[in-house]
Design a protein around this ligand. Structure first.
Ligand SMILES: [Zn+2]
Ligand SMILES: [Zn+2]
Length: 102
């Protein structure tokens, strides 16, 4: 049961730009935004830090759900991509399911 990783080969994370082969799992969002399990873990550490500010510009929206800073608690910047705390939660749940079913 390894077909889920094979179909993703050649893709890379929109945040850390690591290849799909180098990360554990890659979650593909709308408009080709992708985030890997390593970035999900790292961003959780960012937002756990009370000093973390993230994106403050309200014209910027999450690349996964299109909500802006006023609608989410945290918006974390990548390279031309952004992810909010709610989508991080969703990604984390997806990853948990993948890990449990493998
Ligand atoms: Zn990544
Ligand atoms: Zn979002």
């Amino acid at each position: 049961m390894t077909e889920s990783t094979q179909t993703n080969s050649g893709l890379f994370c929109s945040f850390c730009h690591q290849d799909n082969d180098k990360v554990g799992y890659l979650i593909v969002g709308p408009e080709d935004s992708k985030i890997c399990d390593l970035c999900v873990d790292e961003f959780y550490e960012f937002i756990a830090d009370p000093e973390f500010v993230g994106v403050e510009d309200e014209t910027i929206t999450c690349s996964f759900c299109n909500q802006n800073k006023s609608e989410v608690e945290h918006l974390i910047p990548g390279n031309d991509v952004y992810i909010c705390d709610k989508c991080l939660d969703t990604c984390s749940e997806i990853l948990q399911e993948i890990i449990e079913t493998n």
